[in-house]
Design a protein around this ligand. Structure first.
Ligand SMILES: [Zn+2]
Ligand SMILES: [Zn+2]
Ligand SMILES: [Zn+2]
Ligand SMILES: [Zn+2]
Ligand SMILES: [Zn+2]
Length: 430
């Protein structure tokens, strides 16, 4: 068989093996294969301070292990193998190739290249691309000792005038330019774009797999496709949407919004407002939202109910805690005269007045669970009393790892604002 025939056969075979999204060929000259490296089940990415912020913003759920922050990863963005055929492939020469990958350093890519070169030496004279792709998918991470965890090594960008045409690590992005590798342009890569891409890719693939997986609902015992199921975090318990909707609705109607948890017995994973909104109808969601506000209010220690018999008004202490300001005088008798349940009435008044004016003005929502949190003195590093998320009172960004860095890093917009309250505004109390 001539080299030309062997090359055409190889391209045909690759076309048959790989999906069109995975393999693209440039006629008979070469092509590109996207390699999805197989990861072990319990694979983790360790994050540095700055990286954990970007991971959190992209929606990753951070975990902590021995003081280090990490995220579980099931799918990494593909590694790209680009190849060009020389005239004497496969009889004499190997394909020219480049490997680009956002999450590997050039040094790591060089280790992989050495293995590919060895595979070629062992199989010289035969078409090689399937063997290479198979190695990259199944063995390359083992060779890099990335068996259950990894950290991303960032590199300086090589100056343009001396770039290495084989470069393709995370220090550079190699755009898909047709033709010669010399035409490729090199850009700096940042932790922000790298981490965001990794997290987005992983979450999107997990969501795709979740949708098509069949789960057995622990409430109604039917087998239901993931697309019709709800998964709670962090417990990962899964129930069918129908049962969860019923579970949410009953709890909201009975006013137990803080008990809006995963239905599993003794499981404390909380429903997030978005899940509730997706499932229950608009009026129930409104009720849920205002009850959440009410319970937020109850948890604020400078709001209490007037102890005088027959009064029960919502009152707030002023900052010194000595004087009592009446928020709204609404006597029980008046409420009764209006033939309304006094408690209901007060509650609604409280929701309307305390809710909209006081709480919205004086509280902020936890960036992760939506609970209204009020700040009473102290520093601007807040802890949500519902979900324990740390966040910044000034900018309401969540601060998961080393929350104080947010106030100590000169690059942060809240640098030096650990104690100063930029937007404090007490005029409402006057
Ligand atoms: Zn069910
Ligand atoms: Zn659960
Ligand atoms: Zn929260
Ligand atoms: Zn503090
Ligand atoms: Zn801030």
């Amino acid at each position: 068989m001539s080299d030309t025939e062997a090359r055409n056969d190889e391209l045909l075979a690759l076309n048959g093996i790989f999906d069109e999204n995975v393999f693209k060929s440039d006629l008979d000259k070469g092509g590109e294969i996207l390699i999805h490296c197989k990861l072990p089940e319990d694979f983790h990415l360790f994050l540095r301070n700055e990286e954990s912020k970007f991971a959190c913003q992209a929606g990753a759920r951070l975990e902590e292990k021995e003081g280090k922050v990490l995220i579980p990863i099931s799918f990494l963005p593909p590694l790209v193998l680009r190849f060009d055929y020389p005239e004497d492939y496969p009889s004499c020469s190997a394909p020219h190739y480049s490997i680009s990958c956002r999450w590997l350093s050039q040094q790591q890519i060089n280790v992989i290249r050495q293995s590919l070169d060895i595979i070629w030496k062992d199989n010289k004279g035969e078409v090689i691309l399937f063997l290479w792709a198979d190695y990259l998918e199944n063995e390359s991470l083992n060779d890099l000792a990335l068996t259950d965890e990894m950290t991303i090594e960032y590199e300086k960008v090589e100056p343009l005038f001396s770039f290495n045409p084989q470069s393709g690590g995370n220090g550079v992005i190699v755009p898909n330019v047709k033709g010669s590798h010399r035409d490729q342009i090199f850009y700096a890569s940042s932790p922000e774009s790298t981490i965001t891409e990794i997290v987005n890719f992983d979450l999107a693939h997990k969501a795709k797999i979740f949708k098509t997986t069949v789960f057995s609902c622990g409430i109604c015992y039917s087998d239901v496709q993931g697309i019709d199921c709800v998964s709670f975090m962090p417990c990962q318990h899964v129930y069918c949407k129908e049962c969860v909707t019923e579970h949410f609705s009953v709890n909201i109607k009975e006013g137990r919004v803080l008990g809006l948890c995963c239905p599993e017995t003794d499981c404390e994973s909380m429903a997030i407002p978005g899940q509730v909104q997706d499932l229950v109808d608009e009026s129930l969601f409104q009720r849920y939202d205002s009850l959440l506000l009410q319970t937020s209010l109850d948890s604020m220690d400078d709001i209490f109910y007037c102890p005088r018999p027959g009064c029960g008004e919502a009152v707030i202490k002023d900052k010194s805690g000595e004087k009592i300001e009446l928020m709204k005088r609404m006597k029980r008798e008046e409420a009764e005269r209006m033939e309304q349940n006094a408690e209901e009435f007060l509650k609604r008044e409280l929701e309307e007045i305390a809710g909209e004016e006081y709480v919205l003005k004086k509280s902020k929502r936890c960036p992760s669970c939506g609970f209204h949190i009020q700040k009473s003195g102290g520093c601007n590093k807040m802890t949500c009393c519902r979900c324990r998320t740390y966040f910044c009172w000034v900018c309401t960004q969540s601060l998961n790892n080393n929350p104080y860095d947010h106030f100590e890093d000169p690059k942060s917009k809240c640098f030096h604002h650990l104690y100063s309250d930029l937007h404090d505004d007490d005029e409402w109390l006057d």
